[in-house]
Design a protein around this ligand. Structure first.
Ligand SMILES: [Ca+2]
Ligand SMILES: [Ca+2]
Ligand SMILES: [Ca+2]
Length: 607
């Protein structure tokens, strides 16, 4: 039992008590053991309470700081602390150990082997009982701050929330080079309630996986013929359904002849689920921003949304005064949003109504995130307005989804689901869509359900969720900083020797550039790091990402089928709405809504 084999650290490098040579210390440490017979008598802690530890860290009462000890002189400090430590450990039945400085005035005790969790806890308890000991902690190995996998049962199907990764040697299911990486970003920031996202959409339905996440919004649908709730603007943003049936078309052909007969979309509920479904509640899905709140601003009834309702809805969402026809103002929004997400638009240039509103919102610190559209053509308005965060849709490999619009002026691109029944390449390269909340009602609302969806409609709220995390990390970001952060943090668009660049002659699945799909692919963890860096008054240095090159047998097989020509949009302002269905997995709930449609709608003004 050679107590002479310890060294107490901190006073001077390499100093050893009583001059023990280094090699002897090393040999002794390697052979050091604790007397198990002594330890066995101590009560065991509850299973799982402690982790294995590479020794302990002990602070003796009144121990001088290491710098102070050095000033006092090596030998003196060593003697003073060393003998105390030796006595304390001796009381605990420990005679073989090595001590090194740790922290300001503590000692790390190395027993030459890793201690089991229960064993470390027993020794720590024994030392703690000594009146000469101020504190003891286990020298446990800390973990990378990877967010715990949320408990939501459909999380496993939410491939788009996983971290980016994979390579050409992987099958499609494991190729995730186009993903935004929310799972990794959650280690930095999971979102806060103050980071409110206003959803300008069809309103909201009740859903158990939205409990507590939805603020009181407003219904801006002013044209009663479309509103479907019997009145014009009102304080209830509930979604009564936006179905269009033959009766609508026959009774009012002038109003509905541009609208396909279809069931209610529950588009607003689907988008709310992406942003703020209750996460880690062992129910349904996970969302992008765990604790964010959504503000439902109903602007769309049957067949679309009118520009006047959209701009008033945007301004109200931001907390600005909205005038009424009676000469007064609507009740102010008590929960102003800094983020407005809109997945409605039309194929036209930005107009002054949108532009002046977006400019005004920016002066109040509010950003507008807008879907590029699904006509595989030029970006729609308001995504094409200056200052708007226009978003193109990618597939999981990082190239453009077959339907997505593309062109100048977009800010960033991210996943939107890529239908396996659209375009020549869909059967080989399509994915199984974005799983989100839905509703089982065909016309009016019924029970909450779940849906698989595709469309740039869903890429925009995914970016809005990312901005919510950015503002959670740093509420001081300005709109210009948010846009700059999304651009600077984005990963470069993928390239490919076999897939052509997006162009007027190649509108389906194609390779994005900074000219066609924004600055790059959304990277949420980097966007949050940008927000944190700016918050510390520091300069953000963008990472130098490698450019992923997409080339493998599967991609070549798809390319060999000819150009990926998506189905033509039925109308220049109306997205084609595919039908579809099918089983989506054994865990699926009864009453599931299947929405296999690109559901970004457009509205063509009729008057
Ligand atoms: Ca109404
Ligand atoms: Ca209403
Ligand atoms: Ca959930």
């Amino acid at each position: 039992m050679g107590h002479e084999d310890f060294r107490i650290g901190g006073a001077a490098s390499g100093a050893t008590r009583r001059g023990a040579p280094r090699r002897r210390i090393a040999r002794t440490i390697a052979a050091a053991v604790l007397g198990c017979s002594v330890l066995a008598a101590w009560p065991a802690p509850a299973a799982g309470e402690y982790r294995a530890a590479n020794g302990l860290i002990v602070k003796l009462k009144d121990a001088p700081a290491h710098e102070r000890a050095q000033a006092l002189g090596v030998a003196k400090a060593d003697d003073a602390q060393g003998s105390r430590l030796q006595r304390v450990l001796g009381h605990a039945g420990i005679s073989r150990y090595r001590a090194q400085p740790a922290g300001r005035a503590a000692q790390r005790l190395d027993f030459g082997r890793v201690l089991g969790g229960a064993e470390a806890a027993r020794i720590a308890a024994q030392l703690r009982a000594d009146p000469d000991v101020e504190w003891v902690v286990a020298n446990e190995r800390e973990q990378r701050l990877q967010a715990a996998t949320p408990s939501d049962p459909y999380f496993a199907q939410q491939w788009w929330l996983a971290n980016p990764g994979g390579s050409n040697s992987n099958a499609l299911a494991a190729r995730r080079r186009g993903l935004p990486g929310f799972e990794g970003a959650w280690a930095l920031e999971r979102g806060r309630a103050a980071a409110i996202v206003a959803l300008l959409d069809t309103g909201i339905t009740r859903h158990p996986d939205l409990a507590g996440q939805v603020l009181a919004g407003y219904d801006f649908v002013s044209t009663i013929d479309y509103a479907n709730d019997g009145d014009g603007r009102d304080a209830d943003a509930s979604d009564p359904g936006d179905w269009v049936d033959n009766a609508d078309r026959q009774s009012a052909p002038a109003l509905f002849d541009d609208c396909e007969v279809q069931d209610s979309s529950w588009h607003g509920t689907q988008i709310a689920g992406l942003v703020a479904a209750v996460t880690d509640n062992a129910q349904g899905i996970a969302s992008t921003s765990w604790d964010a709140r959504v503000l439902p601003v109903r602007v769309a009834g049957k067949c679309g949304a009118e520009v006047a309702d959209i701009i008033d809805g945007m301004r109200w969402a931001a907390g600005l005064a909205v005038a009424t026809s009676g000469g007064g103002f609507l009740p102010a929004n008590p929960n102003p949003a800094r983020i407005i997400s809109i997945s409605f638009g039309s194929s036209a240039a930005c107009n002054p109504a949108y532009q002046s509103t977006i400019d005004e919102l920016a002066e109040h610190g509010v950003v507008v995130v807008a879907a590029a559209g699904n006509q595989h053509a030029a970006p729609m308005r308001p995504a094409n307005c200056k200052g708007a965060i226009g978003v193109a849709a990618l597939n999981r490999d990082g190239f453009k989804a077959t339907y997505s619009n593309f062109g100048a002026g977009l800010v960033v691109a991210t996943v939107g689901g890529d239908p396996d029944d659209e375009g020549a390449w869909g059967a080989i390269l399509g994915d199984d869509g974005i799983v989100t909340l839905g509703n089982a009602g065909r016309t009016g609302p019924a029970a909450g359900g779940y849906a698989r969806v595709y469309g740039s409609s869903f890429s925009a709220p995914i970016v809005a969720g990312a901005v919510s995390l950015m503002l959670s990390a740093n509420p001081g970001l300005t709109p210009a900083q948010i846009v700059a952060g999304l651009r600077q943090s984005a990963r470069p668009h993928v390239t490919s020797p076999v897939i052509g660049a997006c162009s007027a002659d190649n509108q389906g699945r194609c390779i994005c550039t900074t000219q066609t799909c924004g600055a790059g692919m959304l990277d949420v963890a980097e966007a949050v790091r940008y927000a944190q860096t700016i918050g510390q008054q520091a300069t953000f240095t963008p990472r130098r990402w490698p450019v992923e090159v997409i080339a493998n047998a599967e991609v070549s097989e798809a390319v060999a089928l000819g150009a990926d020509v998506p189905p033509p949009a039925a109308d220049s302002t109306l997205a084609s709405a595919g039908g579809g269905g099918g089983a989506v997995g054994p865990l699926w709930l009864l009453g599931l809504t299947l929405s296999v449609a690109a559901v970004a709608r457009a509205f063509r003004r009729r008057r």
